[in-house]
Design a protein around this ligand. Structure first.
Ligand code: SF4
Ligand code: SF4
Length: 200
């Protein structure tokens, strides 16, 4: 269907003043930022962190190395639903599901591997997980001597959980209860995160 001429909005090209054409306001603004940082540094407010002697404190929403969370009995929380690997744009999560040895769930991940070199740390896996089994932590200084070292299997991902929770650096951001909202429908959904509860 042809576009009606009266529905077309023509936008005039902005007219620049001579100063704007010479980039004068942009240069002044850029110099202002430089001078602001210069005084901040001279006043003792350092902008460079002496890593690794000094470790920066990352904001809680920083997306770093993954971990697989444990439930209250210390078992892997994952129910092998494949939602994270389906959502992953980098296709770097490989899961092999098996019948669960526990009566409270159907499946569990027999193997669960994330290729940390392929990951783009977008957090889509965390968003997709219905039981908060996978989370991205604030650990960022990830190194390895070989490609295989960067393939994080279930044990390694669970050890990241143990490390971060023992250290207290990454509290579990559980929002979906023990086995997700569907398991709690009869009791009404309870959220430990008040922001999420308000969002319903
Ligand atoms: S953070 Fe993104 S790229 Fe990395 S495993 Fe999760 S979904 Fe995939
Ligand atoms: S989305 Fe969560 S429960 Fe499902 S396979 Fe991934 S980590 Fe496991």
């Amino acid at each position: 269907m042809a576009i009606n001429a009266k529905d077309v909005k023509w936008v005039e090209q902005p007219k620049l003043t001579l100063m704007e054409k010479l980039y004068v306001p942009a240069i002044i603004s850029g110099m202002g930022t430089t001078v602001k940082h210069m005084f901040k540094t001279m006043g003792g407010g350092g902008v460079t962190v002496q890593f690794p002697e000094e470790r920066p404190v990352m904001p809680p929403h920083f997306k770093g190395l993954h971990r697989l969370n444990r439930d209250e009995q210390g078992r892997v929380k994952c129910v092998a639903c494949y939602l994270c690997s389906t959502a992953c744009p980098a296709h770097c999560i490989d899961i092999v599901a098996a019948p669960s040895p526990w009566p409270d769930r159907e499946k569990y991940p027999e193997t669960f591997v994330i290729d940390e070199l392929r990951c783009i740390y977008c957090g889509m896996c965390e968003e997709a997980c219905p039981v908060d089994a996978i989370e991205l932590t604030t650990l960022f200084d990830l190194t390895g001597n070989s490609r295989s070292e960067m393939m994080f299997d279930k044990e390694k991902l669970l050890s990241v959980y143990d490390h971060t929770t023992n250290q207290g650096s990454d509290p579990v951001r559980t929002q979906r209860g023990k086995l997700g909202p569907c398991s709690e429908l009869n009791e009404g959904i309870k959220y430990s995160n008040p922001n999420r509860a308000n969002a319903q």
